[in-house]
Design a protein around this ligand. Structure first.
Ligand SMILES: Cc1cc2nc3c(=O)[nH]c(=O)nc-3n(C[C@H](O)[C@H](O)[C@H](O)COP(=O)(O)O)c2cc1C
Length: 184
């Protein structure tokens, strides 16, 4: 059996019925055998504050440990006000510290934005990429993934639309190749 890489998946929505979380779960199922996707929860992270980071809260430590233990990082996010939801930006800020010990550095990444709107979260997707440049996360360029019209992606049994499945399959297959290229 070949190398298997662990991918930390950060979902930019805390909603129980989040479409982005459903997409993250669908990607975990579609992923080839070389990738294991695990959602890393971000909802319990206190708003980043350098004062409390002098003696980091348990949630900060657990989050950083989970990121460090993973080989790669995948972002699945909605767009809030044409940008990255605060909860996801907060998680990025927590993971990026202590200074010089970022848990993200060098981990091959990818971004998929998912929105019921027509532009598919383009603004969030690209604002996120701006942070990833600084965090030294080599981010997959193609295929770009701005998934719009997402209200109908899943039926009432949470089954993924057959129309979108091939795109998500090609996205995760390309990401597996990207990860292998960087870590193999
Ligand atoms: C505060 C807020 C801001 C939003 N801003 C945008 C936006 O800029 N662009 C967009 O396409 N959708 C926007 N939406 C709609 C979200 O894309 C929609 O709620 C989506 O379903 C959220 O993803 P989720 O289903 O994974 O929770 C916004 C929603 C909220 C709550």
């Amino acid at each position: 059996m070949g190398q298997v890489y662990t991918v930390a998946v950060l979902v930019g929505s805390l909603r129980k019925a989040s479409i982005n979380r459903k997409v993250a779960n669908a990607l975990a199922e579609l992923a080839p055998a070389s990738l294991t996707l695990e959602i890393v929860e971000i909802g319990e992270l206190a708003l980043y504050n350098e004062d409390i980071d002098v003696d980091p809260p348990a949630a900060y430590k657990a989050f950083r440990d989970q990121l460090r233990a993973s080989d790669a990082v995948l972002f699945v996010t909605p767009e809030y006000n044409r940008s990255v939801p605060g909860v996801l930006k907060n998680a990025i800020d927590v993971g990026s510290r202590p200074y010089g010990q970022s848990s993200f550095a060098g981990k091959p990444g990818a971004v998929i934005s998912v929105s019921p709107g027509a532009v598919g979260g383009f603004g969030a997707n690209h604002h996120l990429r701006q942070s990833l440049v600084f965090l030294d996360v080599p981010c997959m360029q193609q295929p770009e993934a701005y998934v719009g019209g997402a209200a109908t992606l899943f039926d009432e049994h949470d089954k993924l639309s057959e129309k979108t499945r091939p795109f998500l399959q090609s996205f995760i297959d390309s990401y597996a190749a990207w990860v292998a290229r960087h870590l193999g």
